[in-house]
Design a protein around this ligand. Structure first.
Ligand SMILES: C[S@@+](CC[C@H](N)C(=O)[O-])C[C@H]1O[C@@H](n2cnc3c(N)ncnc32)[C@H](O)[C@@H]1O
Length: 306
């Protein structure tokens, strides 16, 4: 007897390539509103990222360099870790162009320790090893498939020194927000101090692909002068994959890491449902032994923050 009584052919779930062909990435184009607004929105540490720079700085100093940041964007963090040797990788030439422009303002010594590389974190091709790696502010969630996630984690594993550490910052998915037909309006704004332009972003609609764990938000960005006169506006879709707490732990283990600590903010708060999901994992050279020794920590049992 067949397992599909309605005789429909079983369809393979779309788990490999849900990015629509030709769809722009959200942060594409140095001159796009979406790239130029980024620093105006996040120059002041908004709640999800409050304290993140100091956190990564402590982690890198405690673990050792050099430091690798994947999805470094406009260099908000990479440039701030100026005392360390940092390589920032980003897929967006536009975001990197802004990071390079800002890096010209660093002291010569700090600038010489900074490398900014255009590339896909899922296809890492770097010829050196690192002590510490991190993927900040949900950049990992731009990877829309499990294949890309695993390729990224195994790529980092290959590039980390034995006992090197990887920190990931995701959001812990809130079921109520995922289930809402019309989720609460999200709006963000900020002023570019150099031009005195104001940037505003708002979500016009959200679609969710529950099978692939992807939410697609259609954002409208606008630029106004300080009197509120509209200078420019555009819409673009941002797709983010949500990943559950245990899923990320399993992915890390599959990729050769042992989770050492979890937090719900950058000040060391215990893991909490629906808050930030910050994971610190150590590159494990002998994962089987470590697991059999029972050194696997449950989420509630966190290590002291770095
Ligand atoms: C929210 S921004 C974070 C930027 C920076 N880490 C920060 O915290 O300010 C996400 C960044 O991830 C980058 N990104 C998305 N997918 C990527 C990929 N596959 N490889 C490398 N970078 C990627 C985007 O271009 C963007 O700059």
């Amino acid at each position: 007897m067949g397992l599909c009584p309605n005789k429909q052919r079983r369809r393979t779930p779309m788990l490999t390539s849900p990015r629509k062909p030709g769809l722009e990435r959200f942060y594409e184009g140095a001159e796009s509103l979406f790239v130029r607004a980024y620093d105006a929105f996040y120059a002041v540490g908004a709640p999800p990222i409050a304290g993140d720079i100091a956190f990564y700085d402590r982690l890198a100093r405690a673990t050792g360099g050099p430091v690798l940041e994947l999805g470094c964007g406009t260099g908000r963090i990479a440039l701030a870790l100026a005392g360390l040797s940092v390589t920032g990788v980003d897929i967006s030439a536009g975001m990197l162009a802004l990071a390079r422009r800002k890096s010209e303002r660093l002291a010569a010594a700090a600038n010489s320790r900074l490398a900014l590389v255009e590339g896909d974190m899922a296809q890492l091709d770097l010829g050196r090893h690192f002590g510490t790696a991190f993927i900040a502010f949900r950049s990992f969630q731009h990877l829309l498939t499990v294949d890309e996630q695993r390729a990224t984690l195994t790529g980092v594993h290959r590039r980390l020194r034995p006992d090197g550490r990887l920190a990931l910052h995701l959001f812990d998915p809130r079921f109520d927000l995922l289930a809402y037909e019309n989720p609460p309006a999200i709006r963000q704004s900020g002023i570019d101090l150099a031009t005195q332009h104001r940037y505003v972003g708002e979500i016009l609609r959200t679609r969710r692909d529950y099978l692939n764990q992807i939410r697609r938000d259609l954002w409208r960005y606008a630029k106004t002068d300080l009197n509120g006169a509209l200078l420019e506006e555009a819409t673009r879709e941002m797709a983010l994959r949500w990943t559950y707490r245990w899923e990320i732990r399993h992915l890390l283990e599959l990729s050769g890491f042992v989770v050492e600590a979890e937090y719900s903010d950058f000040h060391g708060a215990s893991p909490a449902y629906g808050k930030e999901l910050i994971v610190v994992a150590r590159r494990e050279t002998n994962l089987r032994r470590r697991l059999s020794e029972g050194r696997f920590r449950a989420p509630g049992a966190r290590a002291a923050p770095p």
